[in-house]
Structures are given as C-alpha cells and as structure tokens.
Design a protein around this ligand. Sequence first.
Ligand code: ADP
Length: 362
Amino acid sequence: MAYLALKNINKIYPNGYHAVHNFNLEIEKGEFVVFVGPSGCGKSTTLRMIAGLEDISNGEFLINGKRANEMGPREREVAMVFQSYALYPQMTVYDNIAFGLTLQGVDEDVIEQRVKNIAGILGLTDYLDRLPRALSGGQRQRVAIGRAIIRKVGVFLMDEPLSNLDAKQRVTMRYEIAQIHRETGATTIYVTHDQTEAMTLADRIVVMKDGYVQQIGTPYELYFKPVNVFVAGFIGEPPMNFVRGKVQNGKMHFGQVELDLSKKLKDIAKWEGKELVFGFRPESIELGQREDAYPFTCNVELTEMLGDYTNVYITSDGAQAILKVDSHDTPETDKDLTFYVPFENVYLFDGETENVIAGRED
Ligand code: ADP
C-alpha cells in the first residue's frame, strides 16, 4: 500500500475556477517527488490540498490507506517550508529552530540535542546565537528548513523554497536539500517551476500544465521518453527544437526541406496529408557526416560560449533552433552550417494532439 495516495483530486475555487483536474498519484515512503510546471498550472494548489491548507473539492486523499480529506494539517503530520522564510526576527537561530518543539512542551535536553543535530546537518552550528537579520538568504532558508525538519513528521512539503535565493545559493541549497533527504529519508513533495531543480532533486517528477498532469516519471523517463510536445519542450535546457510540417508522398515537408520519415516511422502512410512535429534536442546532433541521420543546413546567427559547450542559434526558412556543440567545434556566425540528427534521436509528434508517435527505443 502506498504511503500517500491522491485519487482523482480536483480543486474548484469558490469563484468557480477549476485549478486542478483529476490528479492521480501514489507516493511511497521516503520518495522525493517534485511537481513542476509553469506558473499557474496548479502545483501549489495541489500541495496545499495535501497539507490540509486548502479543501479538496472532490476526489480522495489517503495517508497509509486512511481517508485524510477531513484531517487538519497537524493530524496529517506534515511540515511545510514556504518560499518566504517567515522566521521570527527577534529570536535567535536556535530558538527559531526549536520553536515547534518548545510549543509542544518537549523536554529542554531533548530539544537541545535535536537542534544541535539539525544545525550540524544544515551547517548552522556556528550561527545558533545569531538573529535572522545577521544571516545570508541561504542561511535563513536553512533555518526555515531546520524548523520544519525538527518535528518528526511523515512528510515535508516544500513550495519553491529556493526562489528567493540568488543563482549560486540555489545550487548550494539544492545540493543541501538532496543531502538532507538522503540523511533523513523523509518523504518529500517539492514544488518548483524550474526544470533543473526538478531533474536534480526528484526520484519522480510530476509535470503539470493548466491544471492537468501531463506525465509522471523519473528524470530519465521524462528526458528520454516524453509523452507530448509540452513535456519534451519543458524538460531539458536549452529546450528541444521543434519543426512542423505536412506529410506528402511519405515525406515531411517544411520550407525547402524534405525528410524521408519512413526511417523513423514504419506506418508513415497513415499520416499522409497530416501535420507532424519533428523534434530533436540541441545536444543530440552531430557535426560529422553520418548516414543514419537527417542532414540539415542552416545559417548560424549567434553563438554563446558557456565553457565546455557553446549554444549555437540557427535559422532556416524562418524557423529557429538551438544546437549545443563542443566549444572546440564552435562554428562561424553568418555562415552556413550542416549538422546531422541521428534517426535514433528524433522524436515525432502528432501535429494535432501533440502526443508522441515515435521516440527513442531505449
Ligand atoms: P502554481 O503553483 O502552479 O503557480 P497555483 O496552484 O498557485 O499555481 O494556481 C493555479 C491556478 O489557480 C492559477 O490560475 C491561480 O490564479 C488560481 N488560484 C489560486 N488560488 C486561487 C484562489 N484562492 N481563488 C481562485 N483562483 C485561484
């Protein structure tokens, strides 16, 4: 039996807005699950329904197989870390972390031992006497996390906990959150709009769009086996390139380009006259000639050197794409470039439903 189960969960706000549609998910004990998607897709609403901060309009939420829809937040044994740190400014780091246990009247000795243990995990041992205003943003967020994890609850819920930090602090905290999870083994549900955070932290990712779950899977599955254009374009950085074209005489046409799709799609005849989306990732191309690949020639507009790799912005017939190449192979701008997309790295999507019809075998 799964530890947490969401069965056909829906949220309709009092103003009639249907924010979450038929959300289904089972979470095992100790799993790290990330809800990801663009702003407004229903991630926080779903998290708040799990926390007990928002009513579930219909559907069922189960904890250890027991209906929890009507349970209050305390009874659910969840702790939530919000985007804003919400620390008590007049209390020291020690007192902020200890607060939940102090309220419960836990023994001072026990509190001290737990605070010290958690401060050790979070690298806050030397800061216990400080007030929040004397800490960096990253340190404050660690205190907020400490305050949440000191209570021995079943589930940690985190809503964009890193969004107030700068880029460098985010990377450090991401690592620390992964470490804390490894050490505590606590079941965690984490909300973010950032696909990199999702990919690096999650055991499983739930991709959402407009209140609907698009796909649930491991980072590997989402990257290599996206179910539709949305997931394919959302996961991966820079995003997957897409070109649309119609199938005529078994070939896909866009601009001057003609592609023999029978190499990729056995039942190409079925798609005659229909529109398809051809997708390939910026990093899954090659510059050296290959037989088992689609060749493309484009104009190089701009290159961005990012260290070991370079992003190459290309155009052809008004279509734009990005390639990711080894910096040693950086092409010249304003010149033509021929590159090859191996058949195995091509994704094809139905132009109408945008669902995948051919992808990777492995
Ligand atoms: P996310 O966390 O993915 O950014 P939210 O779950 O916060 O999205 O919001 C999902 C949708 O529900 C948004 O369109 C938002 O405007 C709407 N929404 C959120 N809270 C309310 C509310 N109290 N009343 C009506 N609509 C709301």
